[in-house]
Design a protein around this ligand. Structure first.
Ligand code: ATP
Ligand code: MG
Length: 389
């Protein structure tokens, strides 16, 4: 007996005329992500996508794991494909469903008959297969209102597809349907979560990390790459720009008042990020800022850094508590890496009393002795690019 993976679209169904664009992006993502699982075809009929393996060697477990991390998918399941013959269904389906049914107490059968030539109606299919399952598995009872498992039979063009409960998909919108944006990624808990959340809304990601060797180590940079690889399991490959930031931080230390260090440093990050992001085809920036979390994340401080960005800044965590952020960080398997104790350039140069309520013009005054343009130019020249998969 053959098996397939059935995928149900999520919000895609709402997208009207853009629908075919969304569907195309999702199909392309499925093909790319499942490439290493073996040969398969992808077809679509209404809001169901069918992944059909071409031979025995197809790695189902790995494929299901990957499908669970593709955005735009509401639910998915593994299904058996049987001949469109009631006798075959009744004799073969119980054995196929055994592993799904063995730990369940109640079930019901639902039938959909896309092929109207099939000689039994949906209620007849439910009744006959339901009866057969009750007869085969004496521990089972029928519960039509809230069963532990729903067995679905779909009679389609190519065969009868039979499956148990659907697994919940990653949700969101297919990667790339919302354009490209650059995440400012540190080694902390927040920015990988911010990247994941924006990728979930269909953004394809580019990443920018500021490193200050020798104050920050190679291991800190490796940590950032590991975090991005966790996000990339959902978003697809991410191009990373590592920007040398040491000279800028030292110059800020030499020429600016100490209580403005963090603000000015963040303004420099924004200026450089806007330029690098635009050059790499991005139309927005993403940060892991959450209102009030630290001194540089008060509303006046955010206004002061926002003011120098030439691109819109997306801050998906702005209204979230740390607890909520940590829950997502754990879910995407980033948390254990994020809490490893490596230094970040932000923590190396921290003022004793950071300014939290800069007024109009104060940041400009504090950075007046900084030779901004050439500093930015040299930092951009020193960027090293890599690809994270
Ligand atoms: P995170 O947990 O993401 O490090 P945080 O709570 O430590 O965030 P900050 O250090 O104030 O907050 O940084 C705020 C945001 O600025 C980060 O979420 C990230 O988007 C960006 N950022 C901070 N440090 C860096 C860095 N070294 N390189 C790139 N972006 C950074
Ligand atoms: Mg940080």
């Amino acid at each position: 007996m053959r098996e397939v993976i059935l995928i149900k679209d999520g919000e895609l169904a709402l997208k009207g005329l853009n629908r075919s664009v969304f569907e195309g992006k999702m199909t392309a993502t499925i093909k790319r992500r499942l490439k290493e699982c073996g040969a398969f075809t992808v077809t679509r009929s209404q809001s169901t996508v069918y992944i059909e393996p071409q031979d025995e060697s197809f790695d189902f477990d790995s494929a299901l794991d990957r499908v669970g991390r593709i955005f735009g998918i509401a639910g998915y399941s593994r299904a058996g494909v049987f001949d469109k013959d009631m006798d075959v269904i009744l004799s073969e389906a119980p054995a196929y469903l055994e592993s799904a049914l063995c730990d369940k107490k109640t079930f019901k059968v639902e039938a959909k008959r896309a092929d109207k030539k099939f000689p039994f109606t949906s209620p007849q299919i439910c009744e006959q297969l339901g009866g057969k399952l009750l007869e085969t598995f004496s521990h089972l009872k029928v519960n039509v209102h809230s069963p532990d498992i729903v067995i679905t039979v779909e009679i389609r063009e190519k065969g009868a597809y039979i499956r148990g409960n659907q697994l919940k998909g990653a949700g969101g919108l297919p990667t790339g349907t919302s354009g490209k944006a650059a995440v400012l990624i540190s080694g902390g808990i927040d920015s990988p979560v911010a990247a994941y959340l924006m990728a979930k809304r269909g953004i394809s990601l580019f990443a920018i990390h500021f490193a200050s060797p020798p104050y920050t180590s190679v291991r800190a940079e490796e940590k950032v790459k590991t975090l991005l690889s966790r996000v990339a399991r959902y978003s697809g490959p991410i191009k990373l720009a590592v920007v040398p930031f040491t000279e800028i931080q030292e110059e800020i230390g030499r020429h600016c008042p100490e209580d403005y260090f963090t603000l000015i440093m963040r303004r420099m990050m924004m200026r450089i990020s806007s330029a690098v992001a635009a050059e790499n085809g991005c139309i927005g920036l993403i940060t892991g800022e959450s209102l009030g979390q630290v001194a540089s994340q008060t509303l006046p401080a955010i206004a002061a850094t926002d003011g120098v960005s030439t691109l819109p800044v997306l801050r998906p965590l702005i209204g979230m508590d740390k607890e909520e952020i940590v829950a997502i960080s754990r879910k995407i398997d980033a948390f254990e890496t994020s809490i490893l104790p490596y230094e970040d350039c932000c923590t190396v140069f921290t003022p004793r009393h950071p300014h939290t309520k800069p007024k109009d013009g104060q940041c400009e005054a504090a950075e007046k002795n900084l030779d901004i343009a050439p500093l930015i130019e040299r930092a951009i020249e020193g960027i090293e690019y890599s690809f994270i998969e």
